[in-house]
Design a protein around this ligand. Sequence first.
Ligand SMILES: Cc1cc2nc3c(=O)[nH]c(=O)nc-3n(C[C@H](O)[C@H](O)[C@H](O)COP(=O)(O)OP(=O)(O)OC[C@H]3O[C@@H](n4cnc5c(N)ncnc54)[C@H](O)[C@@H]3O)c2cc1C
Length: 401
Amino acid sequence: MNSYDLIIVGAGITGKATALRLAQLGLKILHIAPNFDPGSHCNDDLAWDSRIYALSSSSQQLLSNMKVWEAMDHSRIQVVSDMRIFGDSGQAKDELHFSAYSATVPQLAWIVEASHIEKTLDTASQFQGNIQRVTDTVTDFFSTKDAVTVQTQTGQSFSAKLLLAADGAQSPIREKLQIQTLINDYGQTAIVANFKCELDHKDTAYQWFLDNGEILALLPLPNKKLSMVWSAGTTHAEQLLKLDPDALCSTVMKAALGSISQRTGSLKMMTQAKSYPLRKMKAERIIAPDHQPRIVLIGDAAHVMHPLAGQGLNLGLRDVATLGQLFENKESFRNIDDPVVLRRYERSRHGDTDALLFTTDQLQKLFANQSDFIKTARNLGMSLVNRSQFLKRQLIQRALA
Ligand SMILES: Cc1cc2nc3c(=O)[nH]c(=O)nc-3n(C[C@H](O)[C@H](O)[C@H](O)COP(=O)(O)OP(=O)(O)OC[C@H]3O[C@@H](n4cnc5c(N)ncnc54)[C@H](O)[C@@H]3O)c2cc1C
């Protein structure tokens, strides 16, 4: 196979899902990334991946349509039935409780390890004759009226009709295209780690908006395990990372005025803590300008958001689903590189991306605000929303998209 419809750059979940979805349409794909290995956590029950994702219905639907969801090991997937969100005090009076049962939906989300999703995508891709993988780094590219060509670190050169950049938040392709970005650095770093917990989590995801503007989430994993995402101020995050496992456990248990240990009981660390700097980023364009046609941004290359709502990957997978649908349903006289088709992709992703970036950004700012008035108002707001089943159902319907 040496004539390609598409070159996909980047082997995160977005890149792998894009390759599989588009190969299933019969398109010939060349997939380039420096590393395709998702890590070896998946087969070892003791080593659960601390990079976990809350997946929404749209992501589950895409994986299911690609026959990936059914192939996953469901003993490693945790359903979220309840979500409990606490204001500054960490106390029940400031609580916002979402329940799948009250909203009459089967679940609010699923929690899945990153490596588990990637490994299943890898297995499915092996059965796809239309995908050729090349382990290499793209160093340069140029496009003409007829094709786009990429060059790699090892001196290889490949051409196709279209180049899809799924090369992550720092996207070298986006940078080289000089596409402008709107960036907001949150001055926070996410610390992630997995814990064994003493008390049953009852399929509940917890999130505490702490007094100092930090956000601590504990997401359920099967068999009394929890995965933490602590969005901490940069200096505090450095201190947390230096703690030994026992000290980190007791710091987590004591956070939110001790209300965490009331929910989880004692914690025992299962994985070493890792860190990820947090920022918001939106590319002003997700298709390349006219003088550099045939290039499309997808996933974190196009948008990055705060993890407080657990939506970044879900948004990227909706990019994949939209592109797949547009290619599948385009008029027969148009090719996949038709500028009309590419503009449809750009237009159809605009609203979803802007709405999510705006909402997560505003929530982050609201809870980072240290004014006593705002603190009182937001806690009051949470308890008022909590009393309205109607509002909560609306919020759940929106979040389940
Ligand atoms: C702490 C934290 C928690 C999160 N939790 C959630 C959650 O619960 N739910 C959710 O939906 N989202 C969540 N997210 C967001 C999610 O992590 C990202 O949106 C997602 O990982 C983006 O995937 P991607 O494939 O687009 O990019 P990446 O995973 O960054 O992949 C980019 C790929 O491009 C490759 N690459 C880079 N440069 C080149 C090059 N020159 N040539 C070839 N390849 C290249 C890289 O090697 C890599 O394989 C969270 C994020 C953080 C930080």
